[in-house]
Write a protein that binds this ligand. Structure first.
Ligand SMILES: [Zn+2]
Ligand SMILES: [Zn+2]
Length: 97
């Protein structure tokens, strides 16, 4: 089961529909949430069966190194890619399969 999250920060950053985890249908496909402080964006990145790529990960736009959220926790606060403060939170808002 994959989870859907909305990311929110008091600075105004809001990103809905972030997918995380694997779905029932395609066990080979999973999503991971990543942020790029350069582009100031949060997005879900899709991984295929070959999930070995656990080293450096780069932004799909600017190719700089990104911050990865392998598992997000609603209680936890994370560094916001826009304001740089440790005030970014993820709220679970559903499942994507
Ligand atoms: Zn970037
Ligand atoms: Zn912020």
């Amino acid at each position: 089961m994959g989870l859907l999250y909305t990311a929110q920060c008091p600075c105004g950053l809001e990103q809905p529909d972030l997918m995380e985890g694997c779905g029932f249908s395609g066990l080979d496909i999973s999503y991971e949430i990543q942020t790029c402080s350069h582009c100031q964006i949060i997005y879900s990145k899709q991984y295929g069966a070959d999930k070995k790529l656990y080293g450096k990960e780069t932004c799909k736009k600017c190719y700089r190194e990104v911050t990865r959220f392998v598992k997000v926790d609603g209680e936890e606060k994370y560094v916001c890619p826009r304001c740089g403060g440790q005030s970014l939170q993820f709220f679970q808002c559903g499942v994507w399969d």
